[in-house]
Design a protein around this ligand. Structure first.
Ligand SMILES: Nc1ncnc2c1ncn2[C@@H]1O[C@H](COP(=O)(O)OP(=O)(O)OP(=O)(O)O)[C@@H](O)[C@H]1O
Ligand code: SF4
Ligand SMILES: [Mg+2]
Length: 370
């Protein structure tokens, strides 16, 4: 991203996505909610790559999908280039969606196996009236394949005829076909062999430079996010707990959860590996159907204090320039006034199944975003 570009393309304010938990055979009753996304504020600048990390189930995909209105927000605003997408309906929503595309984790299950590459690429263009002129459309298809490094002969082939990395290139070309401004890439390389991950990451970066794209990249792998992101947001149980530049996050993590995540990454140097701080978290991720009171991390936090932590939910607040943290004691932790201690895991009661009816597939499909 160019330093001078500070124009905000996407602004999310207090976004919530709560999924009802239904019970009952004859009459469906709502017996609770999964608080998958529960009050997220973030802004992404034009041309920027924003990385989103956090444990499985913390709400990353739901947040990405809610931005594109693939999940209906329960509350909050999603302002894309000046328009609140959360309020759009019908044709206006469809038009706005052209400008926001998604790349899915598993290209095999997100591409229709019965469609040729040509038909996959044309589908979105057709839906948005971008295929009016035959000669221009043919040229565009060739241009798209060239942009993602696939030969023109790919047009007549089907997804199963490609390798995983090539299929992800088709998924990227499909997203690019409708000339989006923002791409939400949900775990774009985690289903790929390590050897091809870097190629796909490099391709995404080259395309960003060439086309001025803005990315929201969701990933488990902190190494991928660090490499690709300008800024990173760390999510825990439906909310951001820390946000800053990639360099600052790795050099100076302030939230206890971020510290724990980073301390879990092995360091290649054995001397450094032996001497570095390792933070072990007690217990599993609590249920998003019954999140802990106060700070949602308090049941596992090695720095937890007797006051505030279990009673008041900390807001994401700016501590250093462009560095936001949701912790009551961030300054004390930073300055070493309080130190970590053993944490007794607390029992967090589960109120019902997390995924009633099996829940959604994690990968999503292409047709729903046309
Ligand atoms: N449509 C749905 N109905 C009910 N619960 C859902 C639905 N979609 C997601 N959830 C639940 O919301 C929570 C957040 O899910 P989400 O898929 O957003 O997490 P994630 O951070 O993307 O996880 P992962 O890293 O495993 O992909 C989970 O508890 C999940 O089971
Ligand atoms: S607010 Fe308390 S429990 Fe939460 S991260 Fe900070 S110290 Fe830990
Ligand atoms: Mg996910």
């Amino acid at each position: 991203m160019t330093e001078s570009n500070t124009e905000v393309l996407l602004e999310v304010t207090d976004l919530k996505v709560h999924f009802p938990i239904k019970r009952g055979i004859v009459i469906d009753r709502t017996v609770g909610h999964v608080y998958a996304v529960d009050g997220v504020d973030l802004a992404i600048r034009r041309g920027e790559t924003y990385g989103l990390v956090g444990e499985s189930g913390c709400g990353k995909s739901t947040l990405g999908r809610a931005i594109l209105r693939l999940n209906e927000p329960t509350a909050g605003k999603v302002v894309f280039d000046g328009t609140d997408v959360a309020k759009l309906k019908g044709e206006k929503l469809r038009k706005a969606r052209r400008r926001m595309q998604m790349i899915f984790q598993d290209p095999m299950s997100s591409l229709d196996p019965r469609q040729s590459v040509e038909s996959i690429l044309l589908e979105g263009m057709h839906a948005h009236g971008l295929d009016q002129d035959k000669a221009a459309t043919d040229a565009r298809l060739r241009e798209l394949l060239g942009a993602v490094g696939l030969p023109e002969t790919s047009l007549r082939k089907y997804p199963h005829e490609f390798s995983g990395g090539q299929r992800q290139r088709i998924g990227i070309a499909r997203a690019l076909a409708v000339e989006p401004d923002l791409i939400v890439a949900d775990e774009p390389v985690s289903a790929l062999d390590v050897s091809v991950q870097a190629q796909v990451v490099n391709l995404l970066e080259d395309l960003q430079d060439e086309l001025g794209l803005t990315y929201l990249v969701i990933a488990h792998d902190l190494a991928v996010v660090r490499h690709i992101s300008d800024r990173i947001g760390v999510m825990y149980l439906g909310a951001l707990v820390e946000e800053t530049t990639a360099a600052e996050l790795y050099e100076n993590p302030l939230h206890p959860y971020t510290r724990a995540l980073l301390s879990a990454i092995p360091v290649p140097d054995p001397v450094v590996e032996d001497s570095r701080e390792q933070i072990l978290l007690a217990g599993d991720l609590p249920s998003p159907a019954n999140p802990p009171t106060g700070c949602r991390f308090h049941t596992r936090c090695p720095w937890r204090q007797a006051s505030l932590c279990d009673s008041d939910r900390p807001q994401l607040r700016e501590i250093g320039e462009g560095h936001r943290v949701a912790c009551h004691y961030a300054e004390d932790i930073r300055d070493g006034r309080i130190t970590p201690h053993e944490v007794e895991p607390e029992l967090v009661e589960l109120t019902g199944a997390l995924n009633p009816g099996g829940g959604p597939p994690d990968v999503g499909s292409v047709t729903e975003i046309l």
